[in-house]
Design a protein around this ligand. Sequence first.
Ligand SMILES: [Zn+2]
Length: 88
Amino acid sequence: MPPPDHDPVRDDDADSLEEGEAEDAAALETEADVTCPHCGETMTITLDPGGGRAQEYVEDCQVCCRPWRVRLWYDATGAADVQLLPVE
Ligand SMILES: [Zn+2]
């Protein structure tokens, strides 16, 4: 006689964030327009969505070659929020 099938109720699996947003994982931005904190040039940098929804790394300016610390967040819609801090 098989044990009673009591599947645990999986309420924690509910998509709490899904309120009209389309599939969020698919729409992460892969580019962002930034302004170099050293030389003031505006340029487009390439983002790596595979690194996670919050990232921090160092990258060199394409114009003046000085390093920035890049802070990157993806919001619920997949839009990238990028902040550059100068690294001396
Ligand atoms: Zn620069």
